[in-house]
Design a protein around this ligand. Sequence first.
Ligand code: SAM
Length: 223
Amino acid sequence: MLSIVSTPIGNLTDITLRAIATLTKANAIICEDTRVTGNLIKQLQIPKKELISMHSYTSDNKIHEVIKRLKKGEHMAVVSDAGTPAISDPGFKLISQARERGISIEVIPGPSAFLAALSVSGLPANRFVYLGFPPLKKGRKKFFASIADDDRTIVYYESVHRIEKSLNELAKVLNDQPDRKVSIARELTKIHEEVIDTTVSELPEVAERITKKGEFVVVVGAT
Ligand code: SAM
């Protein structure tokens, strides 16, 4: 059995009861950074487990080893450093191969930063597009241009190193939609949680004064 387990995006008490029970039961936990997951397990007072690190660049051989063990009947849980596995995080390759091999899979849903940001934004959320992270170089222009062409609510992640640049790029491509609403969520569920409600026309000013620390989700409202 492979259990896909969501973990908190900041506040430890957001872990679900089912996540704790599943991590306790599993023989091994597949994770990104063994120190991060080791720490989570310790804080949740779950007995020590075998931790298997897996990243998006993990070799197919390592995935095959895990699949072999699952086939033999082991119960493994897959987590990421924070939030929901496979959502802009590793997990996709393993989950799709486990599915192809007929391994039973269950999901223990929980926190995900894009959903938290979307729900707190107050922007239309019945229909939305999730774009993950903007590409670093190739395809970056196209990424922002696609937002200008879309009348739906758009959600994307941005790193602390690029948030200022990113908000300016967004302002540029949306300059003919000055009143379009934008919500910037920072450090959700953590001590310095902040949600900035703004509009496209105000973005350059927001970009300049935004606190350049922490984790960010950008939500662009539907038109
Ligand atoms: N799988 C995760 C999920 O389900 O949310 C996302 C992993 S992705 C590598 C990490 C990005 O998620 C961060 O760079 C940031 O954009 C966003 N993020 C994660 N935690 C956040 C938080 N507490 N507040 C705001 N954004 C967050």
